[in-house]
Design a protein around this ligand. Sequence first.
Ligand code: HEC
Length: 114
Amino acid sequence: MKALRFAAAALAACALGAAAQTPAGEAARGKPLYMKNMCYTCHGTGGQGTRYGGRLAPSPLPWEAFAQQTRHPRAAMPRYPVEFVSDADLADIVAYLASIKPGPKASEISLLKE
Ligand code: HEC
């Protein structure tokens, strides 16, 4: 019985460990999901942020913080429960945001030097 309890605890620990890992996402799938779920209305089509929601790209928050905010928003953002946007879909959205290249620095834009 004791051994069984230990095995159950070890299994639970493994499951927790697995849940904490960043799921691999696909940027190509993430973009349409980001649009379909209306993230862009507040965070901008390129994740650049708007007056309604902050910048999400090019360096989105680490998976745990990103998922925490989406599932349990801190303040004004609507909640996206797992039944609505699955973890796999959310991972694709994060991959899309991570794939966005940062824009050039102002000092690298020649038109601004004229
Ligand atoms: C109606 C506007 C709105 C929509 C739609 C929206 N957000 Fe947000 N989001 C916000 C606001 C406002 C915040 C600031 C924190 C808060 O209010 O909870 C935020 C914060 C965040 C943050 C934390 C950013 C940081 O650096 O702290 C993440 C990540 C995020 N949103 C992801 C998403 C994703 C992914 C979607 C779509 C599935 C989405 N948001 C849809 C308004 C929105």
